[in-house]
Design a protein around this ligand. Sequence first.
Ligand code: ZN
Length: 73
Amino acid sequence: MGLTCTNCGNERSFLAKTLQTHVVQSGGKELELTEQSRPAVFELLCDECETDIDFGALESDLRRELILLLGAH
Ligand SMILES: [Zn+2]
């Protein structure tokens, strides 16, 4: 079973928004990026009607697959 939008029935196209944190150090000559977290899945939306899909309610296999796909954690 894949992803399905409960609102419009779309099973093909979804928008995954991820949130990533960077640590920027200033004080030297240039700004420096010292740390970068892996992105966390922030929001999953239907690409057709933009209904919010409850990521936490997805099957664990599907959730894992999506997380791997996005390089998130
Ligand atoms: Zn939809």
